[in-house]
Design a binder for this molecule. Sequence first.
Ligand SMILES: [Cu+2]
Length: 142
Amino acid sequence: MKIILTMLLALVPLSATRADILISNPYIRATPPVVPNSAAFMRLSNTGNAPVFLTSANTSAAKNSEIHAHENTDGVMKMHLIEKLEIPARSAVHLEPGGLHLMIFDLKQPLMPGMTIPMVLNFSDGTSHKLRLPVMNISLGE
Ligand SMILES: [Cu+2]
């Protein structure tokens, strides 16, 4: 038994090819009562040796979530949907106001500062990450 265990431990470094995603500084924008949509921001770090894609996000606080990017078209900032967001190996991607964000559609209730919103992020390596986002006042555009 001891020999088998030692062999298994020896195999761990070889089999640890799954990329590691770290999520830091998540937050979600506070909304006035008449605004049904919000946006969530965070930093996604990939400590692994292979790229990983964020494929979807879900929150029980809203009906639908999409990955969005901002694009400057003739001086006008427009949002567009991204099917999946690449987090390259050994680097980080920032979701921040005015750039990449998670668009949150059809909120079930207005988001007030002080609240915390649960969210699940799903990645292409098969992992899901649960997080809780504090609601923050953000004056900049989405
Ligand atoms: Cu958006």
